[in-house]
Design a protein around this ligand. Sequence first.
Ligand SMILES: Nc1ncnc2c1ncn2[C@@H]1O[C@H](COP(=O)(O)OP(=O)(O)O)[C@@H](O)[C@H]1O
Ligand SMILES: [Mg+2]
Length: 380
Amino acid sequence: MGNQRIRVGIVFGGRSGEHEVSLSSAQGIIRAVDENKYEVVPIGITKDGRWIAGGDPMQKLRAEAGQSEALTSSSERAPTEASDPLLAPLEPRRAPFTTPHSPLDLDVVFPVLHGPFGEDGTVQGLFELAGIPYVGAGVTASAVGMDKAVMKDVIQAHGLPTLDYRVVKRATWEADPDGVMAEIEAGLPYPVFTKPANLGSSVGISKCRDRTELHAGLTEAARFDRKVLAERGVNGREIEVSVLGNDDPIASVPGEIVPSREFYSYAAKYLDDASELLIPAPLSAEGTAQVQELAIAAYTAIDCAGMARCDFLLDRDGGELYFNELNTIPGFTPISMYPKLWKASGIPYSELIDRLIQLALERHADKQRSKTSFDVSEAK
Ligand SMILES: Nc1ncnc2c1ncn2[C@@H]1O[C@H](COP(=O)(O)OP(=O)(O)O)[C@@H](O)[C@H]1O
Ligand SMILES: [Mg+2]
């Protein structure tokens, strides 16, 4: 069988604040890949953007990160990293997909990169240019999924329920803070959540109960992005659904997160280890069907492919369900929500990886069918 195995490049690490999470996700995938069917080629990206292929990139990145380093220490780094303007290939004049001796010759790539430069369409664009099939969402869906403002615009345009929000440019905020706050207050009741448009892991997010907190929240969010959101806050249950597929996506059983803090903040996600996962989420049969339907509708609205975890807020007070966000490369360790929901829905971890790789190959083949040139003689 040896030579006929499919060569899968697993790309991990990267320049986002979620570098360490990526290493854990990739480690899980590398351990679980069906070795009879796939040959794994590990490819690491350092925090400063260098691509490492050959040898043991996982070991190298772990050494660079300081193996014992907990996720906690990345909290302050997360934002600054993302702004380092670097794309460093292996060597000058060599694409990241070649080693010093030979091309990597990959059949498919699995980008296991969370956050900016991995989940936002940038690395997907590189794979498109290289003509390599890759797991997960394409360039557009990745970019839309990463930008909370554009994502909500698209979701709303499709008639799906989201919480009311305002988008503020940093320049506007800095030029006229009082005007911005007056406009937000006129449209949204407190509490208001403020967040950077392009980030994750709850970095830069605040719950604001009055004007003083709104000022602090907008200032904080504007440190991380040139575009920030102010959103109506609800006392919400956090419901998540895993979606899998290309043109006919399927939804898993929903799960629920019970955060250890007032909301699902960075500390609740990574520092406490006390947030609870309920699988399946305690919902009625109709409630379950409703979130699954909405998850697939949101996935389809942004033209997603491969996978995404769709997150909702279920208002404890009014009972309404709101779409909150969609993660196109969700945490992927065996104990992360995305794979756990599939496991509970009858798709074990190894099979999930297999399906995702097959979906990548199918999507690539489907795209190949599209004509890339137009002959004038065909013009009618
Ligand atoms: N409008 C809102 N109402 C209530 N809670 C919110 C709202 N927006 C965000 N949150 C809380 O903040 C957390 C992180 O926000 P989210 O938009 O999911 O950003 P991230 O991409 O960083 O996860 C949510 O899981 C939730 O606990
Ligand atoms: Mg979230």
